[in-house]
Design a protein around this ligand. Structure first.
Ligand code: NAP
Length: 245
């Protein structure tokens, strides 16, 4: 029997995992939230849009043997819903790339929330470069409304931002030279990011380090308790193949 895996996606790792599993003959359905109009699509079958909470996801599980939650490390609600829906119903694995804590620099300021990041950034500079994604930008307007913010998002789509802010849209890939140029051009004096981890968005961190900029970094939410976690695609592939035994 072909193994049917529901892969909760929206991350580069999810696309890499889909590619590998499809090549191995697993019937993969990738699920995307549908936040981006023109998403990078994984190979294999794709469904788009929310499930309608835990109950909706639980009903959807009827078509699958197992679930891999490879959503972004900050997709906290989706991960919690996956844990609740799969409990006692289907095997669930969390694939989450390692965070950046082991590369931490003395000039990194860790915070636990986006509003806290805004407060700390407001005290560190006047020209922050904010790279937390469009969904969280509104948390930054109270503290940074009067600052000359450069905000970067993948898609602008209807964002209402304070007058003095500048918005750039980009989805990468990024490199250190270009990140440095952007920060120099804006005369950025502090970088704000979340601990997305991985190499894909690391160039901004390297550029900030070279420019001597402080970094405000939002710590990750804890993964739901009781769900096994792996940190790379190979380990997730091995887990899926282990289900056949
Ligand atoms: P979230 O807050 O954890 O999820 C909110 C709701 O969106 C979920 O309850 C679910 O709706 C729906 N949803 C989220 N991910 C989904 C998926 N893969 N497939 C189907 N429905 C999904 O998630 P988020 O932070 O908005 O992130 C949305 C997506 O963008 C995720 O797939 C994530 O991997 C990706 N992403 C997020 C970030 C970030 O920083 N948060 C960064 C890059 C990419 P229902 O309750 O109706 O099922």
């Amino acid at each position: 029997m072909t193994l049917r895996v529901l892969l909760l996606g929206g991350s580069a790792e999810a696309r890499a995992l889909a590619e590998q599993l499809v090549a191995d003959g697993v019937a993969v359905t990738s699920s995307l939230a549908g936040r981006v109009r023109d998403p990078r699509l994984p190979v294999g079958k794709v469904r788009v849009g929310g499930f309608g909470g835990v109950a909706g996801l639980r009903s959807a599980l009827a078509d699958f043997d197992a679930v891999v939650d490879a959503t972004h490390p900050f997709a906290e609600t989706m991960s919690a819903h996956a844990a609740a829906a799969c409990a006692g119903a289907r095997p669930l694995l969390r694939l989450q790339r390692p965070g950046w804590a082991e590369h931490a620099q003395p000039c990194w300021h860790w915070v636990d929330s986006h509003p806290a990041a805004a407060e700390v950034a407001a005290g560190l500079g006047r020209r922050p470069f904010v790279t937390v994604g469009r969904q969280q930008l509104s948390c930054f307007t109270p503290a940074l409304g009067e600052h000359a913010v450069l905000a970067r998002v993948i898609e602008a789509g209807g964002l209402q931002l304070p007058q003095g802010w500048r918005l750039v849209t980009d989805r990468g890939p990024y490199d250190v030279a270009r990140e440095r140029e952007l920060m120099n051009e804006h005369r950025a004096d502090v970088l704000v990011t979340k601990d997305s981890g991985g190499r894909y968005t690391w160039p901004k961190m390297a550029a900030a380090e070279r420019l001597g900029l402080p970094v405000v970094i939002v710590a990750r939410p804890a993964p739901p308790p009781g769900v096994p976690v792996v940190h790379d695609v190979e380990a997730a592939v091995a887990w899926v193949h282990g289900l056949r035994r």
